[in-house]
Design a protein around this ligand. Sequence first.
Ligand code: MN
Length: 288
Amino acid sequence: MIERIILARAHDLGGLIVGRVLPTAQRRSIGPFVFLDHMGPAKFEPGAGFDVRPHPHIGLATLTYLFEGEQIHRDSLGTMQPIRPLDVNLMISGRGITHSERATAAMREHGGGMHGLQFWLALPEHEEDCAPSFHHADACDLPLIEDEGFRGRVAVGSCAGKDSPIVFPAPAMLVDLSIDESAEAVIPLEQHEYGVYVADGAVMIDDTLLPARTLAVLERASEVRMRAHEPSRVAVFGGLPLEKPRKMYWNFVATDDARIERAKEDWRDRRFPVIPGDDVEFIPLPET
Ligand code: MN
C-alpha cells in the first residue's frame, strides 16, 4: 500500500520554520501536487508578526490551509482575504500573479500561534497561461465525512460523494482528517496518485507506523485505511498524475524552461502586476 516514505526537512523562511515535504529528489509530484510546506507550529510574541512580502507565481495554484493562526492574503487582482483556521484559499496564478501573506493586525498586536499547510498544484499544461483567479471557502462551507472515531473535511475536490466548493481545474483532492486514538479511518480513493501526510499524532497504514511530519506516498488503490496510535491529524491528498514533469524555479512552475526564464526576467524588470495597497515591498529574485 505504501510506495515510499518521505520525512519533512526543516527550512527557515526568515523567522518561520517550515517542514519541506515536497518536492524531494525521490519524488517530484503526487497527482498535480508539486510542493508541500508544513508551516509551524510556531508562536509569535506580541508585536512580532510575520510577513511574506509580495512575490510572483506562474503555472500553479497555491493552496493554503491553517490549523491555527490567521493571516491576510493580498494579490494583484485586488483580493484582500483573511484566512482563519480550516478555511481554504486557492490562488490560481495562471500566466502571472503577485501576492503577499502577512500576519493580521490582531495577531501582530497580541501574538499567537501559526500552524498550517501550504501546497502548490501544477496547473494542467493547457491551463498554465490561464487568467489568474482567487477562491476562498470558509471552514463552515466544507463538507464533512464522518464515521465512528474520525472526521474529515473535504477541502478541495470530491471525496466519498462530498464536493468541496473549492475546485481545481484537474482531478485533485485534499481531505483534512482528524482520527481519535485507536480509531480507524477509511477514505475512498480514485485510481490516481495519493499521499497521506501526518501533520500531528501517529498513524498506522498496513504494518507501518507513520510518526508526525511524515508523508506516505501510496500505491494506487481504491481506498486508504489508517489507524491512529494517538489523536492524529492527517492530510490525504492527490489526484490525476501530471501528464508531463514540471520545471520548478523559486515560485515558478512550468512545463517549459523558456517560460520560467521569461518569468524571471519579468519579475526582475518589475513587469508583474502589483498588489493594490501593498506595492512598495517585494521579495527579489534569488541570485542563484
Ligand atoms: Mn506564494
